[in-house]
Write a protein that binds this ligand. Structure first.
Ligand code: DGP
Length: 114
C-alpha cells in the first residue's frame, strides 16, 4: 500500500534492523524502544490493525505469533517472560495503521500499562 510506513519498511524502501524475516512476516527493532527488547512483528500484507483480522488470516496469525515466540527466544526472554501488545485505535496510542505486534521484554514491565 502506498503511504504506509511499515509497507515501505517491509519492502526494503526504508531501513530497519531486521530480527526475523519469513515469507509472510517481518520482525524488526522498534525505532523508539521502551524496553531492552522492543521488536515489531508485522505482516508483509497490509492489514490496518487487529480489528481487521478475520478467519481468512488464520495462517498469517499463526505465523505472526510464532515469529514473536522466536524473537523472545532469540533475545533471551524465555525464562523471565515478555509481553505482546496489539494497539487498536487512538485511545491505545496506535500511531501506524499497519498491524504490528509489539514484543517487549528484558526488564520488569509495569501492569496495568499507563
Ligand atoms: P504503535 O504506537 O502501536 O502504533 O507503535 C508504532 C511503533 O512504531 C512505535 O513504537 C514506534 C515505531 N516506529 C515508528 N516509526 C518507525 C520507523 O520508521 N522505524 C521503526 N523501526 N519503528 C518505527
Amino acid at each position: 500500500m502506498t503511504d504506509c510506513l511499515f509497507c515501505a519498511i517491509v519492502a526494503g524502501a526504508l531501513p530497519s534492523t531486521e530480527v526475523i524475516s519469513t515469507d509472510l512476516v517481518y520482525a524488526f527493532r522498534d525505532l523508539h524502544p521502551v524496553a531492552p527488547t522492543h521488536v515489531l512483528v508485522v505482516p508483509r500484507e497490509h492489514i490496518v490493525d487487529a480489528a481487521h483480522i478475520t478467519s481468512d488470516h488464520a495462517t498469517l496469525l499463526a505465523e505472526l505469533f510464532d515469529v514473536a515466540r522466536r524473537v523472545a527466544l532469540s533475545d533471551g526472554l524465555a525464562d523471565r517472560g515478555s509481553r505482546l501488545v496489539l494497539n487498536i485505535g487512538p485511545d491505545s496510542g496506535n500511531s501506524v495503521a499497519h498491524l504490528h505486534l509489539h514484543v517487549l521484554g528484558g526488564r520488569r514491565l509495569a501492569w496495568p500499562p499507563g
